[in-house]
Design a protein around this ligand. Structure first.
Ligand code: AKB
Length: 337
């Protein structure tokens, strides 16, 4: 008898860390795939940890044979800055890896007769605003505006949203048994900020990097201009959003991919609050033109009203609460230890 489990890909990453903690047993059995081993504190929470790549179809076949996966949280991806350095690798992991997982979910669904829930974090990188003037005028961008990404990662995310939609709605519709086997749902995350982990290879990383550097007594050069503004969210709200979307009633969902945002602030506003909390912080600016260009093409804020209306998205942490009640106390505790 195969055992019903939740599969988390990219489980060793930032979102995975929070999700494994929140989904922990006894309620649920988790299996994970990541190229890096799980943090020692998380390993006891999972039924089986597979160290390997989502591009390894043989590994997915072995999992298919042994486990009955009814939910997939597909988090594994190369982030935006890293993807610009290795675009073909990014495409291989971000797109072909996602296709492998969708096929895996399809076959799981066919074998156990129920659609497999497939939760996919897309990103504000799916947008591409042509210039700063347009960014200022655009204000809160809705899901169907400006979807002309300027990065490989953004192209990958936007395309995989479409691919998921295809699996959920049209895949094998020409065959006799035209039942959807994959229940695909996506969110477009803003920059995520975790107090417990540091991101790597992203372009929104300047915000978490300046906070962690200050708490750790290290000097930091922010790689974007002080006026640079994009939406952000505290990691606990990001994890809650994935779980809320996963438990939403299918019939109430009016979109495949939903915008999410908790607060939109400039790099200077984030620096101010960090310096107020850590008066010895040394945070300057050293603009990286390429990364600046990427963030300038992302919206200053997004319209997340569809997520709020359809499945009750409601972040707990606005800008003040994120810093005063989550980031600063948790980070202080982390570095004190
Ligand atoms: C990145 O910077 O690549 C990510 C994202 C906004 O998707 N954090």
């Amino acid at each position: 008898m195969r055992k019903p489990v939740v599969l988390i890909t990219g489980a060793s990453g930032e979102i995975g860390h929070g999700l494994v903690t929140r989904l922990a047993p006894p309620g649920v059995s988790i299996i994970t795939i990541d190229v890096n081993p799980l943090d020692a504190s998380l390993a006891p929470r999972v039924t089986r940890e597979f160290t390997g790549s989502i591009t390894d179809v043989g590994l997915l076949d072995r999992i298919l044979a042994e486990f009955e996966v009814d939910r997939v949280f597909h988090l594994a991806a190369l982030l935006s800055t890293r993807s610009e350095f290795t675009p073909t690798t990014a495409h291989h992991v971000n797109v072909e890896g996602t296709l492998n997982l969708l096929e895996f979910a399809q076959r799981q669904g066919e074998s156990h007769g129920r659609p497999v829930l497939f939760i996919y974090p897309s990103s504000i990188a799916a947008y591409g605003l042509p210039d700063l003037d347009t960014k200022t005028r655009a204000g809160r961008v809705s899901e169907d505006q400006f979807t002309h990404p300027k990065t490989m990662y953004g192209c990958n995310k936007l395309y995989c949203e479409q691919l998921g939609h295809y699996y959920a709605r049209y895949y094998k519709q020409l065959s006799a048994d035209a039942i959807a086997r994959v229940d695909f749902r996506a969110v477009r995350f803003p920059g995520l900020i975790s107090a417990l982990t540091l991101p790597s290879g992203g372009t929104s990383d300047y915000a978490p990097e300046m906070i962690h550097a200050a708490a750790n007594g290290e000097a930091y050069d922010c790689f974007v201009r002080p006026d640079t503004t994009i939406p952000f969210m505290a990691m606990p709200d990001g994890v809650d959003a994935l779980l809320a979307l996963a438990s939403a009633v299918r019939e109430r969902l009016t979109r495949t991919a939903y915008n999410l945002s908790a607060f939109s602030r400039s790099a200077a506003a984030i620096r101010d609050v960090v310096v107020a909390a850590f008066p010895n912080a040394s945070i300057g600016y050293k603009v990286d033109t390429k990364r600046q260009g990427i963030v300038d093409s992302w919206p200053a804020d997004v319209d997340d009203s569809a997520a709020r209306a359809d499945w009750g998205f409601s972040p707990k942490y606005d800008f003040d609460r994120a810093f005063q009640e989550y980031l600063i106390p948790t980070i202080l505790e982390r570095y004190r230890r």
